[in-house]
Design a protein around this ligand. Structure first.
Ligand code: PHE
Length: 442
């Protein structure tokens, strides 16, 4: 069987950006900003994205395209030995993230419904109480989690180019436009300027090892790197794509959306007197307030959560595609079986994640509720370690292959080639290792 490929060059960029842009940008980034000192976190994040993030993303795309395989197979064909372990880490990681990602994805469906049915639009509502009541309910979030997972499974069943590519072309641009409109409303709320300042005026004394580790793990999570998603998407690439340029575009879109989302959420946090460090509910608590304050707010609100749902879907699809590609390539399972089995197990992983925000809140593993535990293992451990290994692999083990991929066999100039090599071999691995050690042990 010949390997499926993207339908066009733009198709790949949109799919890769679709993977990157998701809940990480709109749900996670703003609350991490709130928890980690505001603008100082934003600056740290930007520095890490532009250095380590860009380095890792280009490496993953190059590894994937060179190997034309899933992450495990890619390391096996390019070198073998123990390297495929990096791929296995990624396959497991994708799967674990999908488990809780789908729970949050379910929240976006729930909030779309709640915008329409009036739960979030009556005057004088306490949005914080509504949010905590909703996530603590033992049943309602699980139903939405099931719906979200079913949608993810449905798209991945159709395969990469028909299923994944088509959606991104329409929905990503629409999301961008809506974000810009919402910023207009958020920054003109009474008291919003304190939020703008918190978000944009760095107080560098707030930077410590925890903040830097949070920024690094968010960079990996948001860019979908360190676990093989970009290897997998890169494996469906043909030889004419310009990889450095694709990297720049994907990173630009992903970072742009995160910055815009923060520019809606942070002003609203201050305008409405919400605690910036309120945690994972921040976006869901503040945005309904913004919608309430604008003409046609119900329509904007429902539209926004619906677009966020699609952004989340194009990411969850890439999460599921990683283990699916592994089963198809390596174990010769049919796409259908792979998708159904893996989607089913990921659904089960989501159940304790969701319940850990309510009736199972006191059940802790290593001191963390289940959802936080999964988040910690994946974005603070596996992805940075996976990213570190991939950089070393690209820089030291298969550099001639990387050079060929980044320049399309020497036909496209890539001025930063020596810089990239140096980043891969030394700077990125050393920085990741140092940040991990400081953040986890220090
Ligand atoms: N980058 C996605 C987001 O920001 C999440 C994701 C992580 C997707 C890892 C694929 C791989 O929502």
């Amino acid at each position: 069987m010949t390997r499926e490929h993207w339908g066009s060059r733009l198709g790949f960029i949109l799919a890769a950006a679709g993977s990157a842009v998701g809940l990480g940008n709109v749900w996670k980034f703003p609350y991490l900003v709130g928890q980690n000192g505001g603008a100082a976190f934003v600056v740290t994040y930007l520095v890490l994205v532009l250095t380590i993030g860009a380095t890792g993303m280009l490496a993953e795309m190059a590894i994937g395209r060179a190997a034309q395989k899933n992450p495990v197979g890619a390391f096996a064909v390019l070198k073998g030995g123990l390297w495929p372990v990096t791929g296995y880490l990624g396959v497991i990681c994708g799967f674990l993230i999908l488990g809780f990602y789908s729970v949050i994805g379910g929240w976006t469906i729930a909030y779309t419904v709640k915008m329409v049915d009036g739960t979030l639009t009556a005057p004088g509502l306490d949005f914080a109480a509504i949010f905590s009541g909703f996530v603590a309910d033992p049943l309602e979030p699980l139903v939405y989690h099931a719906v979200f997972m079913a949608l993810t499974v449905g798209v991945v069943l159709k395969g990469v180019s028909a299923g994944i590519e088509r959606w991104n072309k329409i929905l990503m641009p629409t999301l961008l436009v809506l974000l810009v409109v919402l910023i207009g409303r958020a920054v003109t709320l009474d008291g919003a300027m304190a939020g703008v300042e918190f978000y944009l005026k760095p107080d560098f004394s707030k930077i410590n090892a925890d903040v830097v580790l949070a920024a690094l793990s968010q960079a990996f999570f948001s860019l979908s790197i360190g676990m093989g998603a970009m290897i997998t998407y890169g494996s469906y690439l043909t030889r004419d794509q310009n990889l450095p340029r694709s990297t720049v575009m994907v990173i630009g879109l992903d970072t742009g959306v995160a910055i815009l989302a923060g520019l809606i959420v942070m002003p609203a946090v201050f305008a409405f007197g919400v605690t910036p460090g309120a945690g994972p509910g921040l976006t869901f608590i503040t945005l309904p307030g913004v919608f309430q304050q604008m003409p046609g707010g119900t329509v904007f609100g429902a539209g926004f959560f619906l677009l966020l749902l699609f952004a989340a879907l194009t990411s969850s699809v890439s999460l599921l595609e990683v283990p699916v590609a592994y089963l198809i390539d390596e174990l010769k399972v049919s796409r259908r079986t792979a998708v159904l089995v893996l989607g089913g197990i990921a659904f089960l992983i989501g159940i304790p994640s969701s319940l850990s925000l309510g009736i199972w809140a006191d059940f802790k593993v290593f001191g963390l509720p289940f959802l936080d535990l999964l988040d910690f293992i994946t974005s603070k451990l596996i992805m940075p370690v996976g990213g570190l290994l991939m950089c070393l692999f690209a820089g030291w083990v298969v550099w001639p292959v990387m050079r060929r991929e980044a320049t399309n066999d020497g036909s496209v100039p890539f001025a930063l080639l020596p810089v990239w090599n140096w980043l891969l071999k030394v700077v990125a691995p050393a920085a990741i290792a140092w940040i991990l050690i400081q953040g986890l042990i220090g």
